[in-house]
Design a protein around this ligand. Structure first.
Ligand SMILES: [Zn+2]
Length: 734
């Protein structure tokens, strides 16, 4: 019998399926796994014979269909879509955004997809008259717009949103300036320690900061400390000439560039601020705007670093700590004052339409189960990179899969593509959709793959760790623009270290699926730093010069995403491995142990660790059982539809077992006990978030309570994994 071989990511080798190599982790001690044999096969860029979740015969057919898909993506087609969808600004709520929705719908129909559109009516602010003035020690208007540049004719296209901070409270405020660095919780806490009061002040804060800091949190924490307004700018150290040449000579942000953005309090809940937990459809009750927790309580506005310099010049007080110094040519000071500014911020809040588009190819065996890949369509101005680059690459994936279907590919499960509206205002279209169809999606969505903006650059994937091995295995067959396999290039980028996927926090449309509904999600793609994010300069001219000239990376990405989708849709047994989840949890527990300096959580962490060890052990045995089942071969498995149906249902359930309907402390909308955006970061993930965040705040009782929830989740998941293993064993062929 031909034995399935699998890719072992830690050994970076293909190994016999009977081999499981355990990497030691303090909290993850498994002694029961016997190393049977190691049959390591050197990769040398070759793919293994087997595919996770496929019988040997089915794997061969699958690869043939993938080869057909792979012949389709075409740079000229990408350019055509890209050109069409970057001729007019198309922010959420505009007619043009609707026109592009129809355009994508037409394309999908032409490829052979059955299409649908869904509309939501959502509270969206557009910019009104905004002014910022320096009023002391001299009077100066601060420029709050971006000029077009003659080297890029697209920047002369009118009608885009000017720089603005969405979902803040408009108004007139004035006060002394205080420089607060990145406006992270640790920055504010340092100011608290230094005795710098923000009461009645206006903060000047820079974008970015590590860990990934969503802009809204900068304003929320300033307001909590009594600040009356916030001005946010992109510092050249993070996003400007310190990084390299600025646009149009290079990719970095020019002196006049401004980052627009949503300031919605996303860690509380994303989507329409007036309809938490509910879809924004007719008949659903809206809460009054002043009760919407996710709208920031003070006015805010973004500016360029060129303008920020005019403000920093007049901030006195102590010199900043070394890490707070940015890249502008002066020593930064904290203040407060003597610089005094006034802000006049108008926002036109209206209920505006947001459209999602879907295209579906129905599955042949488990049609209710859906593998969905989506990305957003709305932008701030022209959005050639964010998000249209992603949309054009994804359209070519859709066309490639349609061609495989044309030539006989009949995926077991349904394949679906979506184009979301209103992501930039913060995940509006996807969140409302997820809330509307929560029950159905919880039951039936196999995986959500998020694919928006990309550029040439390094490969990265974040997502559920049950999919880690699957993603790495798939990269063996996917091409990289350099001519090698994606796997090889990815390994080189990692300097030979074992490949891993990261954890998803928030910042794009996977949030509702992963964090609210427990649907396993992936965010795979190419990317690199750039200076046009959310600006007038994110144009097709920029993209073709600095984004991805010739669409080489867009083509490679279309291929990889196509393979991921085709395998997830067609595997006889879904290629999830809970050992990946258990190993990730083991690593998180190590991190939590380091936070537990007083030993307060020792017992709780040890309980999680024991539960995790049982979970891992169950997963190892179930993996062996499902592999044995696959050895029945394609014909035999073809007669066992109901067995596979039940087995796959259980496999899908495991990640969902980590959902706690009560939600996280402070934010019940977030229910995933493994992954969440940090309460203070907004973008960057917190893993085991309930326990970790309580520990970080030294709220030991809450942390202990949350740890009990994690243990219960692990017990549920272990039971599910065991049930899957039983089904596989009783129906195996050996
Ligand atoms: Zn985007």
């Amino acid at each position: 019998m031909v034995r399935n071989r699998r890719f072992d990511m830690r050994a970076n080798k293909v190994v016999d399926i009977r081999t499981r190599v355990k990497i030691g982790r303090i909290f993850c001690a498994i002694s029961s796994i016997v190393l049977v044999s190691v049959m390591a096969v050197s990769l040398k860029g070759q793919s293994p014979d087997g595919l996770m979740g496929f019988s040997v015969e089915a794997a061969d057919q699958q690869r043939n269909f993938e080869r057909i898909m792979a012949t389709v993506p075409d740079a000229e087609r990408m350019h055509e879509y890209h050109y069409v969808m970057t001729r007019r600004p198309h922010h959420a709520g505009t007619e043009q955004n609707y026109e592009y929705a129809l355009y994508i719908k037409d394309q999908l129909e032409e490829f052979g997809y059955k299409t649908e559109m869904f509309k939501y009516d959502i509270l969206i602010p557009w910019a009104g008259e905004n002014r910022i003035s320096l009023t002391f020690p001299e009077t100066k208007e601060i420029v709050v717009t971006e000029p077009p540049i003659k080297e890029d004719p697209d920047t002369f296209i009118e009608g885009g949103l000017p720089p603005m901070a969405a979902y803040v409270t408009p108004g007139d405020v004035s006060g002394n300036l205080v420089y607060v660095n990145y406006g992270r919780i640790q920055d504010y806490r340092l100011l608290d320690e230094m005795g710098v009061s923000l009461e009645g002040k206006i903060v000047l804060t820079r974008y970015g900061g590590s860990p990934g800091q969503m802009r809204g949190m900068k304003v929320r924490e300033a307001a909590k400390r009594g600040a009356v307004g916030a001005i946010i700018y992109s510092d050249p150290e993070d996003d400007g000439y310190v990084r390299g040449d600025v646009y149009p000579n290079g990719t970095w942000r020019p002196w006049e560039g401004v980052q627009r953005g949503s300031y919605l309090d996303v860690p509380i809940y994303p989507g329409d601020p007036l309809t938490p937990f509910e879809p924004s459809i007719p008949g659903v009750e809206r809460i009054p705007m002043d009760q919407a927790e996710t709208i920031q309580k003070i006015p805010a506005h973004p500016i360029s670093y060129g303008e920020a310099l005019k403000l920093l010049q007049h901030i006195g007080g102590p010199v900043v700590p070394r890490e707070w110094q940015g890249g502008l040519p002066l020593a930064y000071h904290i203040g407060p004052g003597p610089a005094e500014v006034s802000m006049h911020i108008e926002l036109d809040y209206q209920t505006r339409p947001v459209w999602n588009v879907f295209g579906t190819i129905e599955g042949s065996v488990e049609p209710d189960r859906v593998v969905l890949a989506g990305g957003h369509r709305d932008s701030w101005v022209l959005g050639a990179r964010d998000p249209i680059s992603g949309a054009v690459s994804l359209l070519e994936t859709a066309r490639g899969i349609a061609e495989a279907v044309e030539q006989g590919f009949r995926p077991r499960r349904s394949i679906q593509f979506s184009s979301w509206g209103g992501e930039d205002f913060f995940l509006l279209g996807s969140t409302e959709y997820g809330e509307q169809f929560a029950d159905e999606l919880k039951k039936n969505m196999v995986v959500y793959i998020n694919r928006e903006s990309y550029t040439a650059g390094a490969w990265g994937t974040s997502g559920n760790h049950s999919l880690e091995k699957f993603v790495i295995e798939t990269s063996l067959d996917a091409p990289h623009p350099s001519g090698t396999s994606l796997y090889k290039a990815w390994t080189e980028e990692q300097k030979g270290k074992a490949l891993h996927i990261g954890a998803l926090g928030s910042g794009s449309d996977y949030t509702v699926f992963l964090d609210h509904l427990g649907v396993p999600s992936l965010g795979p793609g190419y990317g690199s730093g750039n200076g046009v994010y959310h600006s007038l300069y994110d144009t097709l001219v920029w993209f073709q010069k600095f984004g991805d000239p010739g669409y080489k990376y867009g083509l490679a990405q279309a291929d990889m995403v196509g393979r991921l989708m085709m395998r997830l849709a067609n595997a006889e047994v879904l290629p999830f491995e809970s050992t990946g989840t258990a190993d990730a949890i083991g690593g998180y527990l190590d991190e939590l142990a380091e936070l537990d300096t007083e030993g307060e959580l020792r017992e709780s962490l040890s309980n999680i660790s024991s539960a995790n060890a049982r979970f891992r052990s169950a997963a190892v045995h179930t993996n062996l059982a499902t592999d044995a089942l696959l050895e029945c071969g394609q014909d035999e498995l073809g007669t066992r539809t109901s067995v596979l149906d039940e087995l796959n249902g259980l496999i899908m359930q495991v990640d969902r077992d980590f959902l706690d309907e009560r939600g996280l402390p402070r934010r019940p909308w977030y229910r995933n006990q493994l992954y969440a955006p940090g309460y203070y970061t907004g973008y960057a993930a917190k893993t085991l978030p309930g326990v970790r965040e309580a520990m970080e705040e030294q709220q030991w009782n809450i942390a202990k309570e949350q740890a009990i929830g994690v243990v219960q989740a692990l017990v549920r998941a272990t039971k599910t994994v065991d049930m899957a293993g039983d089904i596989a064993r009783t129906n195996g062929c050996e």
